[in-house]
Design a binder for this molecule. Structure first.
Ligand code: C2G
Length: 754
């Protein structure tokens, strides 16, 4: 047997198949899998994997190190590879590494680590897509640390030159292994024993094992030991080990996501063990020391400054000082003046000086940032928000409104605003976040999103009424009352009901969890939403169960008159019937977060030819769509109202709705008018991108259509379509619109504004 692949397993069924599939697909076949079970839960391995030689062994300890060591004892391969059961290998990983160890007797061969958020199926299809870390607010987040970001930025260099002696070549290669596996990045998370093929004889002869006392950062002493002893090393940058980042740190955290507050303790223990196996002043030791100084200056020193009750510094500073005591003169001499000062201050326990150095550094960084970044004002605003506005008193009668990130005056916040003014004239001071200046029916201050005023009101308004998520940096204050109206009954699975997150924001679940902790009231338009939101959002606070404020207008006694006026205002001829086409967005088609692509799949020319005498079409794209749809040639027939504020007004003037997977159909059903579903990408949307809560083939009150011809035909025979779906419509209405009586705004206000 050439290779043993050692996989610790602790009940992570969700990921194991991806891991085994990647082994099944290996181009190199002479390997065994040693699956080490800890924690008692047996994996369910189907016969699909019969072709792989899987040896199952049990570990007594519930600990990754113990499992890996048990695997090492049970392995019979000439080489061993450690594979975490939530990760997977590229199909040629084993072949490439076996090949690059073939001509010399290598102690280890290593490949490249690739980081991904995705399961294997999607990773293989979409490898080239670099998803952005984002807060789902249309701007890339600068709050994420370097260490959390996707992709692998470490340069993989083979610096061997012609004319180098065999001895020099090996020295360079070992150095490269140190550079790559210990890595220059400041975080200790990037020290990894993975992505490497080790000679089993080498590990045994040098008695190299994992230290079973460690729960985290155990690769540090292991790798230090390996790199200290190895003599022959080789590498192939095309052998990829794919490390999966977990998108749900709340329910399914990876080990590194569970470290939390104990991070320093864990690093301290692992680092001490590293010191035992590496000699003073060696290049290997220097690498770890550089990393330690980096960790100190980027994480520990700012925490020492921040920590007001001094507990953190009392606990950590002396131990960090102990680790720094023997810092090699070489590493010290390379440090920047700033880092030298930090190290010196720590060595003489001068925490006040550390605070001062960090403060000065923050100011210098801000100034530097202001020279190099055009959006430095935003940084200043963040500082003002955190350190000034949030410390000023809450303004008792101020209500801050936002709908779709300030893109429109619309949705439930609009109807709550209007009803609030009607019920309590002059009682509340209202502030609207709006991108464009808008004529409002009641007095309200209008401010721009992310302006100074925005941060001021975000910090100081007592009431906040939003229909989407607030920024991650929002600080909830005791006196705040946060009314989250949300923006639709869900068809598409949400947050914790989702598996992979394929949109532009892979940190969606974590961010959502943080943001929704601030909500005091959430609106559910029906019993179905109540149930889904509680589960998918992990929401356990007050649920407002009166229907959607945004649908009050659809039940208004004078809705026909309102519709007539709107139609006139837009300029749609009164003799024409209206078809509203309002599709949603596609998670995987994006430029960046908040900016999505959309290709119109309707043949407008054909529709105009067949329907133009009786109908006009209103085209309405989702607020995430950045593409401008070209409707030239169809003027007078197509009205592109993608920027029209309130879609409820468009529902009112439409005779027929065409949508796809958008929540608009749950609202439109309040009118009991016919609906068509243009679901040309149903399989992908339902089975790959999101998953649905209800069965579109059975439970929705209209036909699923796949091309323009079918749509034209359905419109031409709309009475028959309506008849055919009448009974499904009734059941649907009862289930999703049953709570709506036109008074949701009023009822919500009575609950919240006391
Ligand atoms: N919307 C719109 N125009 C569209 C699509 C949507 O104005 N072409 C508005 C509607 O008010 C709709 C809301 O945006 O109800 C949400 O749109 P969805 O297409 O349902 O998509 P999404 O923003 O992902 O929200 O629980 C609901 C989900 O979160 C869906």
């Amino acid at each position: 047997m050439k290779v043993s692949v050692i996989i610790p397993y602790h009940g992570e069924d969700l990921y194991l198949n991806d891991c085994l599939d990647s082994l099944w697909d290996q181009t190199y076949k002479d390997f065994e899998v040693v699956l080490v079970i800890s924690g008692g839960k047996e994996p369910s391995i189907t016969s699909v994997y019969d072709a792989i030689d899987i040896k199952i062994v049990k570990s007594d300890e519930e600990n990754v190190c113990a499992a890996r060591n048990t695997g090492l004892d049970a392995a019979s391969g000439e080489y061993v590879v450690f594979l975490d059961c939530d990760d997977y290998l590229d199909a040629n990983f084993l072949e490439k590494l076996v090949q690059c160890g073939a001509d010399s007797k290598c102690d280890l061969m290593f490949g490249r680590m690739i980081y991904t958020w995705y399961k294997r199926e999607f990773f293989l299809r979409k490898e080239s897509v670099e998803a952005e870390e984002d807060d789902d607010e249309g701007r890339a987040s600068d709050e994420e640390s370097e260490d959390e970001q996707g992709g692998d930025s470490v340069v993989f260099i083979d610096n061997v030159e012609a004319g180098d002696s065999a001895e020099i070549i090996q020295k360079k290669k070992i150095d490269m292994a140190g550079k790559y596996l210990v890595s220059k990045r400041k975080s200790f998370y990037f020290v990894t024993a993975l992505g490497v093929m080790y000679s089993r004889k080498f590990l045994c002869e040098n008695d190299i094992k994992f230290n079973e006392d460690l729960e985290h950062f155990y690769d540090i002493p292991f790798l230090a030991h390996v790199l200290d002893r190895c003599e022959f090393v080789n590498a192939d940058a095309d052998a990829h080990y794919v490390k999966r980042k977990h998108n749900d740190p709340i329910h399914m955290p990876s080990l590194s996501q569970t470290v939390g507050k104990d991070e320093f303790d864990c690093i301290y223990r692992a680092y001490k063990l590293m010191l035992d196996v590496t000699g003073n002043g060696t290049e290997l030791r220097n690498k770890f020391e550089r990393k330690l100084v980096g960790y100190y200056s980027s994480s520990v020193a700012p925490a020492i400054k921040k920590n007001e009750d001094k507990a953190y510094r009392k606990k950590h500073a002396p131990r960090l000082k102990e680790l720094m005591q023997d810092l090699s003169p070489e590493v010290y001499s390379e440090l920047s003046r700033y880092r030298k000062k930090l190290v010196d201050s720590l060595k003489c326990d001068d925490y006040g000086r550390i605070s001062k150095i960090i403060s000065r550094r923050n100011i210098i960084n801000l100034l530097k940032y202001s020279v190099t970044h055009h959006n430095y004002i935003r940084k200043i605003k963040d500082i003002m928000y955190k350190h000034r506005y949030s410390r000023q008193p809450v303004m008792q009668n101020v209500v801050l409104f936002e709908s779709f990130f300030g893109k429109s005056y619309s949705d439930s916040p609009k109807y709550i605003f209007e009803k609030l003014n009607e019920m309590y004239p002059d009682k509340y001071e209202c502030v609207w976040i709006l991108e464009k200046k808008t004529k409002l029916p009641y007095p309200a201050k209008q401010i721009k999103r992310f302006s100074f005023a925005y941060f001021k009101y975000l910090a100081r308004a007592k009431y906040i009424v939003f229909n989407s998520r607030q920024p991650k940096s929002f600080i909830k204050r005791k006196e705040n009352v946060f009314l989250e109206t949300w923006h639709g009954t869900p068809l598409k699975k949400l947050v914790f009901d989702m598996d992979d997150v394929l949109s532009a924001s892979p940190t969606y679940k974590k961010n959502f969890y943080i943001q929704s902790r601030s909500w005091d009231y959430l609106v559910a338009a029906n019993g179905f939403s109540d149930e889904v939101f509680r589960r998918a959002f992990e929401y356990d606070k007050h649920m407002l169960k009166f229907g959607y404020p945004r649908n009050d207008i659809l039940h208004s006694p004078d809705r026909d008159k309102i519709a007539e006026d709107i139609k006139q205002k837009i300029g749609i001829p009164s003799n024409k019937k209206v078809v509203l086409y309002a599709p949603t967005w596609r998670d995987d088609e994006f430029y960046k977060a908040g900016k999505y692509k959309f290709t119109l799949r309707l043949d407008l020319a054909a529709m105009k030819k067949e329907l133009g005498d009786d109908y006009v079409i209103i085209l309405r794209t989702h607020y995430f769509i950045a593409d401008k749809i070209d409707v030239s040639g169809a003027e007078g027939f197509v009205y592109n109202l993608s920027k029209y504020d309130d879609i409820a007004e468009l529902y009112l003037i439409s005779d027929i709705l065409i949508t796809d997977y958008s929540s608009v159909f749950f609202d439109y059903a309040n009118l009991k008018r016919p609906m068509l579903f243009f679901t040309y990408d149903l399989d992908k949307y339902r089975d790959v991108l999101r998953g649905f809560y209800i069965d579109m083939e059975k439970d929705i009150p209209g036909p699923l259509l796949f091309n323009t011809d079918e749509i034209i035909e359905s419109i031409q025979n709309i009475d028959e379509v309506q008849k055919k779906y009448a009974s499904v419509y009734e059941v649907f209405y009862e289930r999703f619109c049953g709570w709506e009586d036109g008074h949701a705004s009023e009822n919500c206000i009575r609950e919240v504004f006391k």
